[in-house]
Design a protein around this ligand. Structure first.
Ligand code: ADP
Length: 507
């Protein structure tokens, strides 16, 4: 039975563990794919912004070149027209015009190296034939080089335009990036990660990714930032944690449930075993006094007893054993009434003293015969208690019976009743075998016997103390035990003085 249960619980635990491992694995996969998805989205967003900026730059260049084409048609007023062009086109801070011979036509040549010298290696001569335009690095800056075709008799000119960074920032970057809604921040950085344009402060944000611009803006990059702790990536991470925590909790609940079920099943099977022990014990308990009564009865009947004293002794045995039998049957009957919820108590204010003396009287014979040294101390003027005298007699009798049963060589029985605050404490103490500390709680459970059915070789059914507890509870009192193995036990019943506690009349 035990092995089967263990196997069952083991397999449920194993299944839960496998389930947990699978869940953890799929959670990780989900988290990774969600992170990938979010990263792809972020990259798409940054790439789109890059494309938008590049398009805006190209468009501005397109328009600037178109106006330049118009401006250069009148060569006579070229410098004035070019000056006007420059004012109209703030996107470019420098503009140079060269003819095919390399002569600078605008601005009027100044001393020092011509920008063309720096560019010559980058400008392939076929540009004059094919036309078109290209971006060429000019130190840290980017120059736009384009041929402005001249309709004869005008010759074609080579235009070199250098962008103005503040104008680019103002007219392109700001317009494209500042309008972006949402929590993300897109910033333009240069090659050394210095900020070129940052729409919002970057503190409390974290860098997500960087995308390079194309040849339009070769030395710049676009970086995406998200608020620390609030980014979609953090949300995914949080969700994963939440899920893991919820799953962990579920597993803990399953494990606890299993543990509780396991304990329940164990208790249940223990109860079944105790019940079957109980039946065996009661039958045995009934048989012994019956056998004695029968044996002594038959002996007397056959007139085999020589003298009057022995005869009286035999009658005594018969009386004692019948009393024991009655007690046993009362116990079992009462116990079954309690189990069915039919046991009723009729409480009335009364003194505990007669209860104690009745019990002691009932046990006088066996106590004397077994050689017990008995001491009974009842404090005078004890307060009255709400009492079902018969039931309380049964409780005290059970304690006395146990004290006799579980005593060895030291046969001392002390019964006391004294005042304890607003209550009366009745104690039954022996110097018998004692009860191990870890058993002291359980002995009040029904059917429970220390060491189980063969409690130290003594007869018993395991319901005596359960009955005592039930009776005392019904009186609104409590029962406890102090005991040391090998030294003895003291059972104490505390009953509230009449009127001091709510009375529990019927159960
Ligand atoms: P039982 O019929 O076995 O005596 P009880 O319910 O009266 O059943 O007692 C439960 C168990 O408590 C006993 O089996 C015994 O092990 C222990 N016990 C009860 N009273 C005493 C005592 N005075 N001294 C030692 N052990 C005791």
């Amino acid at each position: 039975m035990r092995r089967r249960e263990l196997l069952l619980f083991g397999s449920v635990l194993l299944a839960s563990a496998i389930l947990a491992a699978l869940a953890a694995l799929s959670l990780r996969q989900w988290e990774a794919s969600a992170q990938r998805h979010i990263r792809d989205q972020a990259r798409d967003m940054a790439t789109m912004a890059v494309e938008k900026i590049e398009m805006a730059v190209l468009k501005a260049e397109e328009e600037a070149l178109a106006r330049l084409q118009t401006a250069q048609r009148d060569r006579a007023t070229l410098p004035q027209r070019m000056d006007a062009w420059k004012t109209e086109t703030p996107m470019f801070e420098e503009v140079y015009l060269f003819d095919r011979g390399g002569v600078q036509r605008y601005p009027p040549s100044t001393a020092g190296p011509s920008p063309l010298d720096a560019l010559r290696a980058e400008i392939p001569p076929p540009i004059w034939g094919r036309g078109g335009r290209r971006h060429v690095a000019l130190g840290d800056r980017v120059a736009l080089v384009a041929v402005l075709p001249g309709e004869p008799p005008l010759d074609s000119l080579l235009a070199v335009l250098v962008r103005s960074e503040p104008a680019l920032r103002r007219d392109v970057l700001e317009k494209t990036l500042a309008g972006l809604e949402g929590q993300s921040v897109l910033a333009v950085l240069d090659r050394d990660n210095r900020a070129v344009y940052v729409p919002r402060p970057l503190d409390r944000t974290e860098h997500v990714l960087t995308v390079d611009f194309g040849e339009t803006l070769p030395s710049w990059r676009l970086a995406l930032y998200e608020p620390a702790g609030l980014s979609p990536r953090d949300a995914v991470r949080r969700q994963a944690w939440l899920f893991a925590a919820a799953f962990g909790l579920l597993l803990a609940v399953i494990t606890l449930g299993l543990g509780a079920t396991y304990r329940l099943v164990r208790r249940e099977s223990e109860m079944i075993r105790l019940k079957s022990d109980f039946v065996a014990n009661v039958s045995h308990d009934l048989k012994t006094p019956l056998a004695l009564i029968r044996m002594f009865g038959e002996t007397l009947e056959m007139n085999r007893v020589p003298d009057e004293a022995t005869r009286r002794e035999y009658y005594g045995v018969i009386t004692r054993e019948s009393e024991r039998l009655s007690r046993l049957i009362d116990n079992v009957l009462d116990f079954s009434r309690i189990e069915e919820g039919r046991r009723r108590y009729v409480l009335a204010a009364g003194s505990i003293e007669p209860v104690i003396f009745e019990v002691m009287e009932a046990f006088r014979h066996p106590l004397t015969q077994l050689g017990f040294k008995v001491s009974v101390e009842v404090e005078p003027d004890l307060p009255e208690v709400d009492l079902d005298a018969e039931a309380m007699q049964q409780a005290v009798a059970n304690l006395v019976d146990n004290a006799i049963k579980y005593s060895d060589a030291r046969r001392h029985l002390t019964v006391t009743a004294r005042r304890a605050d607003d209550a009366v404490a009745v104690a039954v103490a022996d110097e018998g075998i004692g009860i191990p500390p870890r058993e002291q709680e359980r002995i009040f459970d029904k059917f429970y016997r220390v060491g189980h059915s063969d409690t130290q070789g003594r007869r018993g059914s395991g319901v005596g103390l359960a009955l005592v507890k039930h009776i005392v509870d019904a009186h609104g009192g409590r029962v406890g035990v102090e005991s040391r193995v090998g030294e003895g036990s003291r059972f104490t019943i505390i009953l509230p003085a009449a009127g001091s506690a709510p009375s529990v009349g019927a159960r």
